[in-house]
Design a protein around this ligand. Structure first.
Ligand code: 5AD
Ligand code: SF4
Length: 433
C-alpha cells in the first residue's frame, strides 16, 4: 500500500510540473513515506531524517524541504516537529492527494504545515500510478482502510475506515493499463476480500456470492495476463474466491492469508474474528484446488500472554499448512491499540527464541517447495535486469516465486518459459527453455 501511495504521490507531483529524482542530495524536496505497523519501522523514520539532515548540512545551496507522509505522519501529526525540527511539513495517509499544496506552502515559507484531513471524495484514476516502479506491474488499490481492529494493530487508526472503490472504475483502469503494456496487476488493500462497494455498478454480469469474487471475475475478463491480489482476511475468505481462481487462468495461483497465531485463545485476544478450525477449512479449499495454489501467511510470535502451549499450536498449524512463504514478526506494542494495555509476561528472550524456532520450521517447509521446482518449466514475467548480475533477468512466477535466468534486456516485459535448475536463498535460478 505504501509503494502504491508513493507512486501516486510521484504521479501527482509530475502532473504538477515537478521532476522526480532518486538522488536526495540533488533534491529540492525530500519526501519520506512512513510505516508504523511495528516499532522498528517507525524508528527508521528518525534514522532517515538524521541521514538527510547530515547530507543537507554539506550543501552550499538551499537545504531541501523535508515532508513526512504516511502512517507515522497520520498518527503523530504535529508532534513530529518537536521530535525533529528539520521536518517542514506532515501529510497524513488521507491527505496524499494534496501533496503539491503542502510543498507550495513550504516553499512560500510556511513553517510546520500539517494536513491530516480527510481523503478527497473522488479517487482520481486518471493520475493513479503513471509513475510506476515497473512499466509491467501495476498496484491497483481496490479498498482502502480497515474496520477490523485486531487488538495489536495500528492500521485502522492510521488508515481509517474501509472504503471500496467502484468496480466499474477499477475495470476501466485495468483496461487502460493493459493498453499501456502492463502484464501484471496487483489488486491491493488491507483486506481485499472485504471489498464491498456501495453499488454493483460494473459487477452486474458476474456471478459469485461475494462482491470480491465478482470483482475477480470482472477483472479477469479484462484479459490482463496476470492478476494477483493481497491481502486477504480469513473471516471473509469465501470459497467463491477459489472457484473464481479455478475458472480463470489469469487469476494467479497465489493466496496470502495471514493467520497470526495457531491458538484459538490468542486469536480471541487478538480479536481476529476467525478460529483455527475455520482457517483450516479455508486452507483445505485452497489446497484442493486443481490450480496448485501457493499459500503464504503472516504470523505474530510472543503476543501478550502467549504460553508455550499457544506457541506450540502455532508450530502445529505451520506444520499442517506448510506455507510456501511466511512473514513472521515478534509482537511489537503499538501505543493506542488495545493490546498495548494488556500485561505482557512473555520476555523479550522468549519472543526471540520462539521466533527462531518458527523460522527454522518454516524454512524446513520451504526446502521441498524449492526442490519441487527443479527441472520444471515455469512462466516468468521478465521484470528487470538483476541487480547482482547484469547478464541475468529477474522476475516472478504466477505464484510469486522469484526467478533469475540468463537473458538480455530485450526480454523485459515478456512472459518467458524458464526451466528451473537450482535454488538458493529464496530465489530460483533457471535457463530459457
Ligand atoms: N506487532 C507485530 N506484528 C504486527 N503486525 C501488525 N501489527 C503488528 C504488531 N503490533 C503484522 C501482522 C500483519 C502484518 C502486516 O504485520 O502479522 O499481518
Ligand atoms: Fe490490522 Fe487486523 Fe486490519 Fe490487518 S485486518 S490491517 S491486522 S486491524
Amino acid at each position: 500500500m505504501n509503494v502504491s501511495d508513493s507512486e501516486r504521490v510521484a504521479t501527482l507531483l509530475v502532473a504538477d510540473g515537478f521532476e522526480i529524482t532518486r538522488n536526495e542530495s540533488a533534491a529540492d524536496v525530500v519526501l519520506l513515506n512512513t510505516c508504523s505497523v511495528r516499532e522498528k519501522a517507525e524508528h527508521k523514520l528518525f534514522t532517515r531524517v538524521g541521514q538527510i539532515n547530515k547530507s543537507a548540512a554539506d550543501r552550499t545551496e538551499k537545504k531541501p524541504v523535508l515532508g513526512i507522509l504516511g502512517c507515522v505522519a497520520q498518527l503523530e501529526g504535529e508532534t513530529l516537529f518537536g521530535k525533529s525540527p528539520a521536518i517542514d511539513f506532515v501529510l497524513g495517509t488521507k491527505a496524499v492527494g494534496r501533496v503539491s499544496q503542502a510543498i507550495d506552502n513550504a516553499f512560500a515559507g510556511e513553517k510546520y504545515y500539517t494536513d491530516l484531513g480527510e481523503r478527497d471524495e473522488i479517487y482520481d484514476w486518471t493520475v493513479a500510478e503513471a509513475q510506476r516502479n515497473s512499466p509491467y506491474i501495476a498496484f491497483v488499490p481496490i479498498i482502502e482502510g480497515c474496520n477490523k481492529f485486531c487488538t495489536y494493530c495500528i492500521v485502522p487508526f492510521s488508515r481509517g475506515r474501509e472504503k471500496s472503490l467502484p468496480a466499474s472504475e477499477i475495470v476501466r483502469h485495468l483496461l487502460k493499463l493493459r493498453g499501456e503494456g502492463v502484464k501484471e496487476v496487483h489488486l491491493i488493500g488491507q483486506n481485499v476480500n472485504s471489498y464491498r462497494p456501495k453499488t454493483d455498478d460494473g459487477l452486474e454480469a458476474f456471478r459469485g456470492a461475494t462482491q470480491f469474487s465478482r470483482l475477480l471475475r470482472a477483472v479477469a475478463a479484462t484479459g490482463i495476463e496476470r492478476i494477483k491480489f493481497t491481502t486477504s482476511f480469513p473471516r471473509d475468505f469465501h470459497p467463491d474466491i477459489v472457484e473464481a481462481i479455478n475458472e480463470h487462468e489469469n487469476l494467479c495461483n497465489w493466496v496470502h492469508l495471514p493467520v497470526q497465531s495457531g491458538s484459538n485463545r490468542i486469536l480471541k485476544l487478538m480479536r481476529r474474528g476467525h478460529t483455527i478450525e475455520n482457517y483450516l477449512e479455508r486452507i483445505d479449499k485452497i489446497k484442493n484446488s486443481p490450480r496448485c495454489i501457493s499459500l503464504t501467511t503472516d504470523i505474530i510470535v510472543g503476543f501478550p500472554g502467549e504460553t508455550e502451549g499457544d506457541f506450540q499450536a502455532t508450530l502445529d498449524l505451520a506444520e499442517y499448512c506448510k506455507f510456501n512463504f511466511a512473514y513472521y514478526f515478534k509482537y511489537s506494542p503499538r501505543p493506542g491499540t488495545p493490546a498495548f494495555e494488556m500485561s505482557d509476561n512473555v520476555s523479550s528472550e522468549e519472543k526471540t527464541e520462539r521466533f527462531l524456532r518458527l523460522d527454522k520450521l518454516i524454512r524446513s517447509h520451504q526446502q521441498p517447495v524449492f526442490r519441487n521446482y527443479l527441472n520444471k518449466t515455469v512462466d516468468v514475467l521478465a521484470e528487470k535486469v538483476s541487480e547482482k548480475n547484469p547478464n541475468q533477468i529477474s522476475g516472478h512466477t504466477t505464484c510469486q516465486m522469484v526467478v533469475n535466468f540468463e537473458g538480455a534486456a530485450d526480454l523485459l516485459g515478456k512472459i518467458i518459459k524458464v526451466k528451473i535448475l537450482e535454488s538458493k536463498a529464496n530465489t530460483l535460478y533457471g535457463k530459457i527453455s
